[in-house]
Design a binder for this molecule. Sequence first.
Ligand code: TEU
Length: 546
Amino acid sequence: MPGRPWWEEAVVYQVYPRSFCDTDGDGVGDLEGVRGKLDHLAWLGVGAIWLSPFYRSPMADFGYDVADYCDVDPLFGTLDDFDHLVADAHARGIKVIVDWVPNHTSDRHPWFLASRSSRDDPKRSWYVWRDGPGGGPPDPPPNNWRSAFPGVGRRERPPAWTWDDATGQWYLHLFLPEQPDLDWANPEVRAAMAGVLRFWMARGVDGFRVDVVQALGKDPSLPDVPDHLQPPSGTNDRPETHPILAELRRVVDGFDPGPAPRMMVGEVYLPTARQVADYHGTPERPELHLAFNFSPLFAPWDADEWRVRIDEVRTLIEARPAWPTWVLSNHDNPRHRTRYGSEARARAAAVLLLCLRGTPFLYAGEELGLDDAEVPPERRVDPGHRDGCRAPIPWDATPAHGWASTEPWLPWPPGADAGTDAATQRDDPSSMLQLYRRLLAARRASPALRSGTFAWLHSPAGTLAWLRTAEGGDATGSHPATGPGAADRAGDRRAVLIDVAGAGATVELPPGGWRCEVHSLDAGATSTVRGSYRLDPGAAVVLAPA
Ligand code: TEU
């Protein structure tokens, strides 16, 4: 379909480089490891990869504490490795999105070292320094904000302020003390950060995933917050952020587009779709191209809950108009296979994720149906308690699972020695991996699934069912368009039926004959059905016109 931007067509695949694949034997994945799996990703059918941070970093937050935005940490490789990775991805038609962490730097970043060196340093005002009501500890900090992460083995969130003895002031950090917040009200900060975006665009990247974008603009009076808005890292939602995003959008859209325009997908870490919607901007006031909406990710596997979440996206986000995104798993939350509690549910969830209207984001390993690893206390390393979902990806059935190291930085996920690895699943037509591949292929081949309208089909309690119809068709499905080429264009339709409750159900179908294109629980089954479809317990299907 000409005219549709690539980020509305692609399925995006998140790579957490530390956990993806190690080629140099240090137990931590690297960029060469990512490059080595591009053929796998092309085979799977993804259109873009998003790389979590690989920049120079002391790794207090495993790379989300950046000490140099324009270089690769030696742990992950070199800038040459990065260039090589981008070239090889592009050669396979895969776009590359990099993670950009604008809210905070590492406390080792030269900007912060300068800022904390003296109250008179020109970079003092690049960060948020304040006096407290008294002096330093034990006097309280400037406000009651708590930081995001309790720390390894701790439960209490410490204050979002750290006292600097040398200069006698507190600095703000919504995350770790090692992640001081930049002051985005300062035009010098904005200009320096725009330079970072240009650096990566000049290196050929196709877009940016923007970390905690809703945190950038802050109330200049930094008021106390009520308990239910703690920690502010997940609730800060301020008008000051929107002009910042409009400015960033101009930086990205204004750069020489090269072969394709670039995009920004914002991590809007706010609880409701209503809040997230605002960050898309409008045609008159462009902000983010795409935004994550985590409300569905936090929903239980329950048909009514999902119906509400889907309708919110339609009425609050699509209506702006804006193009939605869908995500079930990432490096910050327990995997959905683990949250939902069974492989059958994870299979049905894959059908849901890949057949909704919007851009789906996959998290590396979900296509293998991985569960979170059980990480014993002595191996826990993340101050935000997120180690389980960051377990290494098992690539094959050998003891090292395709890693150059036998002991990766985190334990293997369950089943790594019992067939959850990628090579074993590739040889098994009924595997989760093959299901994802079939879903991605079905999506690529169907304008209705990629960009068609969405209409609910009436279906029994405990199920979800909808119809996707390519533009120009009839969303009710009852009057297929006619005329030359109509079968390919307007006539393209898919019915998606999901038994969420798992009891089995019969769903009435729109008129016409239908055949099962993808079934979550078996590889085949192709006979034509009319009138209604009997869903096996826990199954999800994509039906195409027969
Ligand atoms: O996460 C933002 C964020 O606030 C949450 O995902 C976080 O896990 C939660 O607040 C814990 O309660 C982004 C990144 O995705 C995450 O990995 C980083 O740690 C964080 O920003 C800081 O850069």
